[in-house]
Design a protein around this ligand. Structure first.
Ligand SMILES: [Zn+2]
Length: 203
């Protein structure tokens, strides 16, 4: 028996083991649910509960055995791989002139990494425009553009101005809202055709 044969055998057995493990775990889950239900119902069926517990214990035992076997197999598998590596090393060192062709890995799939730069978001819904320049499609010239923004005095600006004046700040403090963009309306314009796309009004 060659090393690759035994390797294949081991990997097949490992696969089978993991399958069995999964099945056992599912069975255990079901048994645990049964037990829980029985406990809740309090039927007093001591016999059933005992057999249930026995079943769970046996599953646990089997799981333990499986884990041990798996560890064993894994170890031998690693050993084989190690031996193979060594052999290849010695082979390459002894036959330096003959290049060793790489083994074609047919079941290996290479996936290209996604671009690290996120795709720019294009806002097409006029209602959701932020108060800063954003990417959109101009409804007039239908070009994809980054809007230009302009602020203008809105009702909110005046309201805040009057409120400040009412609190008694007469030294020009009431003019502050005229300098803050948060209190002003924002107009988005297309830089190509100069159409104003939308005005976000405050109040
Ligand atoms: Zn335009």
């Amino acid at each position: 028996m060659t090393s690759s044969d035994s390797e294949q055998k081991i990997s097949a057995e490992l696969k089978q083991l993991s399958l069995m493990r999964q099945q056992l775990l599912e069975r255990k889950k079901i048994q645990c649910i049964f037990q829980e239900l029985r406990n809740r119902a309090e039927f007093g069926q001591a016999e059933g509960a005992a057999s249930n517990q026995h079943e769970i214990d046996s599953i646990d035992d089997k799981l333990k055995q499986l884990t041990e076997r798996k560890a064993e197999l894994q170890k031998s598998h690693d050993n084989i791989l190690h031996a193979k590596d060594k052999k290849e090393d010695s082979l390459t060192s002894s036959q330096m002139t003959v290049p060793v062709a790489p083994v074609p890995a047919s079941n290996m799939i290479y996936i290209e990494a996604p671009p690290s730069i996120p795709a720019p978001t294009v806002i097409l819904d006029l209602e959701n425009f932020p108060p800063c320049p954003c990417r959109t499609q101009c409804p007039a010239c239908e070009q994809f553009i980054v809007t230009e923004t302009f602020t203008s005095v809105s009702s909110l600006t005046w309201l805040v101005c009057f409120m400040i004046a009412l609190t008694g700040c007469a030294a020009g403090c009431c003019l502050i809202p005229f300098c803050i963009d948060t209190f002003k309306s924002t107009t988005h314009k297309c830089p190509r055709c100069r159409t104003s796309i939308i005005t976000i009004k405050k109040l």
